[in-house]
Write a protein that binds this ligand. Structure first.
Ligand code: 13P
Length: 252
């Protein structure tokens, strides 16, 4: 890979506690000592209860913080157990993942997801919008149809593209160790970029990432996908060694 900026987003899901700060400290140290030709952007989407302490401990660090979901109401309200975009922002988040398949399975339909994206952007958070097909849809060859619908929704709802990162995460690749074939991914990324380019006049289109079983062994197989601007990493983001290894291999 050349020295293009790549985005590496970690998604800790329901893992981590206060002792996990050391993971971020090590990643930050690496980012501060990395060779100058590397220009990775690192965002860690951590459990919301860790946002405030971690963003305080790692003030001015090279790691930016993100959350993993938010409520569709952006400020405050009588919603037991929920967290709003405003609260996440105040706790130190600059980003929030929305539409992750694990949340879609739990009931976040596209209508709710659109509301959540709007709500996050109203609070000036950048949204990491997850799209992708599940196994049944993949088997029925519905991938492109599903993706088109999920992307068109951005335009239908006038989502702010300047505060949007798209993450293509096929559900069947998440946590399974299975990854799409490079040829397939090339087609999918080019398809996503083409739909967006056809909808907007500006040359500046949102960054598009891949997510699903990315690790320090298979990362090189993704580097041939030229339209892929980075990665959304689950399990491997819980290990500073694996995460740093992934970054290093992208710049070899
Ligand atoms: P894994 O990297 O553990 O497969 O998780 C991917 C993911 O869901 C990131 O959002």
């Amino acid at each position: 890979m050349t020295n293009n900026l790549k985005i590496f987003i970690g998604n800790w899901k329901m893992y981590g506690d206060i002792s996990s700060l050391k993971i971020l400290r090590r990643i930050n140290t690496f980012l501060n000592t990395k060779k100058s030709k590397m220009r990775p952007r690192v965002i860690m989407c951590i459990p919301s209860i860790l946002l405030y302490p971690f963003s305080k401990y790692l003030k001015n660090s090279k790691v930016s913080f993100g959350a993993q979901n938010c409520h569709e109401i952006d400020s405050y309200g009588p919603f037991t157990g929920s967290i709003s975009a405003k609260m996440l922002k105040k706790a130190g988040a600059k980003y929030v993942i929305i539409g992750h398949s694990e949340n879609r399975i739990e009931g976040d339909d596209q209508k709710k997801i659109n509301k959540k994206i709007k709500s996050a952007q109203r609070q000036n958070l950048s949204v990491i919008y997850c799209i992708g097909e599940n196994l049944t849809q993949q088997k029925k060859k519905l991938t492109f149809k599903i993706l088109k619908k999920q992307i068109n929704s951005i335009f239908l709802h006038k989502i702010n593209l300047n505060k949007l990162i798209i993450a293509y995460e096929p559900t069947w690749a998440i946590g399974s160790g299975n990854i799409p074939r490079a040829e397939e991914l090339k087609k999918i990324f080019s398809f996503i970029k083409t739909i967006i380019k056809n909808k907007i006049k500006s040359k500046k289109i949102p960054k598009i990432l891949y997510g699903g079983s990315v690790n320090n062994s298979n990362i090189v197989s993704f580097l041939a996908i030229k339209d892929c601007d980075g990665f959304l990493i689950g399990g491997a983001s819980l290990s500073s060694k694996k995460f740093i290894d992934i970054i290093k291999k992208c710049y070899k």
